[in-house]
Design a protein around this ligand. Structure first.
Ligand code: ATP
Length: 578
C-alpha cells in the first residue's frame, strides 16, 4: 500500500475535502427528521404556525447545506479518484515501456491493455465511491443510531437485533464474490486477447476464409466472460434484495411496537415518523458500506494485477553499466563464446558457443535455415536480450557497459516484422531521427531505394499511411523501414531479412548504395537468399544455434557443406525459373 501513497500525496486536499463535505450532508440528513418530528409533535399539535414556519426555514437552510455538501463531496471525490488513476496509469505505462523483450514475453499485449484501462478504472471507481461513502456511511450510521436511542431506547433495541444479522449476511456475500471477480477479470483478459488478435490479423483471417472459425472463438470467449460475470453478479445482486427485505421487516417491527406505544400514549406520533426515517438511514448506511466493500473486492483483484506489472523486475537495465557516457563510434562487433536460452531451464540452447568478429565498416552476412537462431543472435547486439554465457563487445567494450540509450542509438535495426505508424511518410521516416532535415530524410530514402515510389505518389512524402502501413506494398514497407533506420546514422546497421519482399534488382541497388553512403557503418545482413549476402566480407552459416561455417562466399562454397547445399538449391531454382 505504501507504494500507492505517492499517488495520494499530490491530491491530499481533495482526498480530505471529499469526505469532509460528505459529513456536512450527513449532518443535514440526521437533523432533518428531528425538525420534521418537531413540526408534527409541537407545531401541528399546538397549532403554532410561527413555530412551523421557523422549523420550515431551518429545514430549507439544512437542505441547502446538504446540497453544498453533496456537490463538494462529489467534486473532490471525483477529482481525487481521477487524478490518482491518471498518475497510476502513467506509471504503469512507463513501466511497460521499460520492459525488456523477455519481460514482454511474460504478459500478453491484451492483458497489459486490460490492466492499463479496465483494471485502473475499477480502482478509480473504488476511490471515488470510498471517498464519498467513507465518512458518510459510518457518520450516518452513528448519527442515526444516537438520534434513535435518544428518541426511544426501547424501540431502538429492534435495530440492535437487525444490524448483526445484516452484517453477517453482507460479509458472506463479499467473501463469495471476491474470487469470482478475480476469475471475471481473467476472462476479460482472454476476450481482449481474442479481439486484439482478430482485429490485428483481420486481413489474414479473410484471406484464409477463417471468419466463421474466429467468430466461434470470439463467441466462446464472450460466453465465458458472460458466465463468469453472471456468476459474480449473481452473488452481488443478492445484496439489494436482502437489504430491502431486512429494511421492510424492521420498519414493520418499528411500526408494530411504535404503534402500541402511541396507543398507550408513551410516544408522540411525530417521533414514529422520525424513527422510521432513522431506521431507513441506518440500513441505508449499512448498504453503502456493503457496496464499498463489494467494489473493494472487485478493485482489489484489479489492484493485484496492476501491482504485478509494477512489481515486475525489469531484467535488462543500465544497472552495472560502467561507461554511461560512452557512445558507439567505430562499430566493431565481436561475439565471444556466446550461449543463450529463452527458457533458462531448457537444456538445449538457442545459441551455443558463438564466436566471431566484424570490423568497423565491414558487411557481415548471416544465413541459415528457419529457426537456426539468426534473429536471436543479432538481438544480442542492442541488448534486446542479454547473453547467458560469454560476452558481446561493441568497439571492444561489453554491451552491458554502455547505457541502453547510447547503445541502441548506435545500432539501427530493421526487424523482421516491419512496423510503420499511422501518419505521413515523412513523419514515419523522421521517427528514426526527429531532428533530421528534409534533405537528410530524402537522402536516406534514396539510399533505401524508396524515393522513387514515394515521389510517384500524388502527395509524395506527405502521403498518409494507414495503421501499420497498410496502403503500401510489402517491399515498399521494407524500404521505408530501411530508410528510417538509415536516418539514425547508426554505427551498426542490422537488417533482419528486411529485403525479402524486394525484387533482386532493387535489392542490389540498395546494397550498392550501402557501399557508397554507409562506408563506415558496420552492416549485418540476415537473408534467406544467398545473392543478398554473397558480396559480404564475411558470412556466418548458422544451424541449430551453432556456427557451421564462416568466411567469404568463395571460401564457403569450397569448404562448407551446408552453404553449398543452400547455394545449389537456390541456383537450381533460378535456373528452373529462367
Ligand atoms: N521470444 C521467444 N521466446 C521463446 N522462444 C523463441 C523466441 N523467439 C524465438 N524463439 C525460438 O528460438 C529459436 C531461434 O529463433 P530465431 O527467430 O532466432 O530463428 P531465425 O533463424 O531468425 O528464424 P527465421 O529465419 O525463421 O526468422 C527458434 O526455435 C524459436 O522457436
Amino acid at each position: 500500500m505504501k507504494r500507492y501513497w505517492k499517488y495520494v500525496k499530490p491530491y491530499l486536499p481533495a482526498f480530505i475535502l471529499g469526505p469532509l463535505f460528505m459529513i456536512v450532508e450527513v449532518i443535514g440528513e440526521v437533523v432533518l427528521p428531528k425538525l420534521m418530528a418537531n413540526i408534527i409533535n409541537v407545531g401541528a399539535a399546538d397549532r403554532n404556525v410561527a413555530y412551523i414556519i421557523g422549523m420550515g426555514i431551518a429545514m430549507i437552510f439544512t437542505a441547502l447545506l446538504m446540497l453544498a455538501g453533496g456537490v463538494g463531496g462529489a467534486y473532490f471525490g471525483a477529482k481525487a479518484a481521477i487524478s490518482f488513476a491518471s498518475d497510476l496509469r502513467s506509471d504503469v505505462f512507463d513501466k511497460v515501456q521499460k520492459f525488456s523483450f523477455s519481460n514482454l514475453d511474460q504478459f500478453s499485449t491484451a492483458s497489459l491493455v486490460t490492466r492499463l484501462t479496465n483494471d485502473i478504472t475499477q480502482v478509480q471507481n473504488l476511490i471515488n465511491m470510498a471517498l464519498r461513502m467513507m465518512l458518510r456511511a459510518p457518520g450516518m450510521l452513528i448519527g442515526a443510531l444516537i438520534m434513535a436511542f435518544m428518541m426511544n431506547k426501547q424501540l431502538a433495541l429492534v435495530i440492535l437485533v437487525v444490524v448483526p444479522v445484516l452484517a453477517v449476511l453482507i460479509a458472506l456475500v463479499i467473501k463469495t464474490a471476491f474470487p469470482k471477480f478475480n476469475i471475471m477479470q481473467k476472462k476479460l483478459d482472454a476476450l481482449n486477447s481474442t479481439i486484439q488478435e482478430v482485429l490485428t490479423n483481420v486481413r489474414v483471417i479473410k484471406s484464409f476464409v477463417r471468419g466463421d472459425y474466429e467468430e466461434e472463438r470470439f463467441a466462446a470467449a464472450n460466453e465465458e466472460l458472460k458466465e463468469s460475470s453472471l456468476n459474480a453478479f449473481k452473488v452481488v445482486i443478492l445484496n439489494m434484495p436482502i437489504m430491502m427485505c431486512m429494511m421492510n421487516l424492521t420498519t414493520l417491527g418499528i411500526v408494530w411496537f411504535g404503534g402500541k406505544q402511541i396507543l398507550a400514549g408513551t410516544m408522540p406520533v411525530g417521533d414514529l415518523t422520525a424513527f422510521t426515517t432513522y431506521i431507513v438511514q441506518i440500513l441505508m448506511s449499512l448498504m453503502m458500506l456493503a457496496m464499498v466493500l463489494l467494489q473493494s473486492s472487485r478493485a482489489l483483484a484489479s489492484l493485484n494485477r496492476i501491482t504485478e506489472v509494477l512489481d515486475t523486475e525489469v531484467n535488462l537495465t543500465d544497472e552495472g553499466c560502467r561507461l554511461p557516457d560512452k557512445t558507439v563510434n567505430g562499430g566493431t562487433v565481436e561475439f565471444k563464446d556466446v550461449t543463450f536460452r529463452y527458457y533458462k531451464a531448457n537444456k538445449e540452447a538457442v545459441l551455443s558457443h558463438i564466436s566471431f568478429k566484424v570490423e568497423s565498416g565491414q558487411i557481415l552476412g548471416i544465413i541459415g535455415g528457419t529457426g537456426s537462431g539468426k534473429t536471436t543472435l543479432v538481438q544480442m547486439i542492442p541488448r534486446l536480450y542479454d547473453v547467458d554465457e560469454g560476452e558481446v563487445l561493441v568497439d571492444g567494450i561489453n554491451v552491458k557497459d554502455y547505457s541502453l540509450k547510447h547503445l541502441r542509438d548506435g545500432v539501427g535495426m530493421v526487424l523482421q516484422k516491419n512496423i510503420l505508424f499511422s501518419g505521413s511518410i515523412m513523419e514515419n521516416l523522421m521517427w528514426g531521427d526527429a531532428g533530421a532535415s528534409r534533405q537528410e530524410t530524402i537522402k536516406a530514402a534514396r539510399a533505401a531505394q524508396a524515393d522513387g515510389f514515394v515521389t510517384s505518389f500524388t502527395n509524395g512524402y506527405e502521403t498518409e499511411l494507414g495503421q501499420g502501413g497498410v496502403n503500401v506494398s510489402g517491399g515498399q514497407k521494407q524500404r521505408l523501414c530501411i530508410a528510417r533506420a538509415l536516418l539514425k546514422k547508426p554505427g551498426i546497421l542490422i537488417l533482419d531479412d528486411s529485403t525479402s519482399a524486394v525484387d533482386t534488382a532493387t535489392e542490389a541497388k540498395i546494397r550498392e548504395s550501402f557501399t557508397s553512403t554507409l562506408k563506415d557503418t558496420t552492416k549485418i545482413i540476415i537473408a534467406q537468399r544467398i545473392t543478398s549476402v554473397m558480396d559480404a566480407d564475411q558470412i556466418l552459416v548458422l544451424d541449430e544455434g551453432k556456427i557451421v561455417g564462416a568466411g567469404s562466399h568463395e571460401q564457403l562454397l569450397k569448404e562448407c557443406g551446408p552453404y553449398q547445399e543452400i547455394y545449389y538449391s537456390q541456383m537450381d531454382k533460378e535456373v528452373c525459373a529462367s
